[in-house]
Design a protein around this ligand. Structure first.
Ligand SMILES: N[C@@H](CCC(=O)N[C@@H](CS)C(=O)NCC(=O)O)C(=O)O
Length: 239
């Protein structure tokens, strides 16, 4: 059984999609990041970076429980466990991994910044707005170029790389228009129609709708961007 500790943000949605796509047995535990669930010692024990998603597999390698944090690592773990959405041949495998890493190291962090500066920052900083909106456009263009001649990001086959990128293309506040990237739009709409993607989008959606602004009152902003977050560096946890 996979226990998935998550919230329906892009990083959470990619795992919800994978759970549904593989049909693995799972249970969802909501980590409401606006309420500070990510700082609870019980969560930090297996997610030491105070971020969701994280999973615990009660039936890990050797039949023993294992925990995994970082969404890219979780996708790779679940692909390995189920034998799905990650090819076996080294040449095809590295193609999936490189697009997964592109999402983890570039697309996610940069679009996260674009969303933050455009929507959540209490101050509007023109330089930051321009920098991250331009970067979002540049990254969309990289994907659009790739998808001009390829049906999916890696090996022309739907994989964990597509699952990782897709929720980041859901229109949040990136400041780019999907209509301007026709290959990316074709890919986005095709994946959106997958029944497992639709089921994944329903997970925890009654508490936070995918694609909508994170409901943030003053206390939530404090948790995510204020003292609670700043003081986290002092915390001593055994992970
Ligand atoms: N690289 C991490 C990023 C995860 C991440 O940024 N999670 C955010 C929500 S999307 C979070 O938990 N934020 C809570 C916090 O920063 O306190 C991953 O892909 O798993």
């Amino acid at each position: 059984m996979i226990h998935c500790y998550s919230w329906p943000t892009p990083n959470g949605i990619k795992i919800h999609t994978m759970l549904e796509e593989t049909g693995v047995e799972y249970e969802i535990h909501g980590i409401d990041i606006t309420k500070g669930d990510q700082f609870k010692p019980s969560f930090l024990k297996f997610s030491p970076n105070n971020k969701m998603p994280a999973i615990i597999d009660t039936d890990g390698p050797g039949g023993k429980p294992i925990s995994v944090f970082e969404s890219g690592a979780i996708l790779m773990y679940l692909a390995e466990k189920t034998g799905k959405f990650m090819p076996k041949s080294p040449r095809q495998r590295i193609e999936v991994i490189q697009w997964l890493m592109f999402q983890m190291g570039g697309l996610g962090p940069m679009l996260g910044q674009a969303n933050f500066w455009r929507k959540y920052s209490p101050v509007k900083v023109p330089y930051a707005l321009t920098r991250y909106t331009n970067e979002a456009g540049r990254l969309y263009n990289v994907l659009d170029n790739r998808l001009r001649k390829h049906e999916y990001l890696a090996n022309d086959k739907y994989s964990i790389a597509d699952m990782a990128v897709w929720p980041w293309i859901i229109p949040y506040f990136q400041g780019v228009k999907l209509d301007d990237y026709k290959n990316l739009k074709r890919w986005y709409l095709e994946i959106e129609m997958r029944p497992a993607v639709q089921r994944g989008l329903k997970i925890l959606a009654e508490r936070q709708a995918p694609g909508k602004a994170i409901k943030m009152d003053k206390a939530a902003k404090e948790k995510l961007y204020g003292k609670t977050q700043r003081d986290a560096y002092k915390r001593k946890v055994a992970a």
